[in-house]
Design a protein around this ligand. Sequence first.
Ligand code: S3P
Length: 196
Amino acid sequence: MEEAHHEPSGDVERALEALGKRNLVIVGLMGAGKSAIGKLVAQYLGIPFVDSDHEIERVSRMTIPELFEAYGEPEFRKLEQRVIKRLLRTGPRVLSTGGGAFMNAETRAAICENGLSLWLDADLEILWERVTKRDNRPLLKTANPKKTLEDLMIARYPTYATAHLTVKSRDIRKDAMAHEVIAAVAATLENADHDA
Ligand code: S3P
């Protein structure tokens, strides 16, 4: 059974107001919890959740590993870009993206112009523990996947850091993480108020 949760007063309303018709776009590395946390955030905000990888799999009728295998990463990125641009046209909702999506300049520009981007920033050990639970990441099919993950962190974190918001992904309950995300979104309204 779902446990009752207690949202800090007003955060949900303020987060919804801050979003308006935009998508809250969650970016970050594989294993950061983008989908798990994103789903909860959507549930608490009462708006739809969509995962770009699932949407890609739905429209192509292939799995992500199959797409990489059949067409290679560049074609996957083009498909990912088309799907994300389309998803950004309707909102509000929570949109979790695959880890590489925000690294593509055109996809990133579309996300930042049309959505509110939020980086779930996680440490290597957390990511590693989570990605080893499943075997569905083509980029980690290397001789030393932990090193690959670390290299991806080094290469990608400066770009992820350009997202509108950053929330540190920690080993705490998912609902607590979701509340932190909602609070971060709600706080953008305060900043906007001050700027005005
Ligand atoms: C990728 C991350 C994956 C998926 C694909 C490529 C990446 O999504 O899109 O395997 O480049 O980091 P998750 O971040 O949801 O695992």
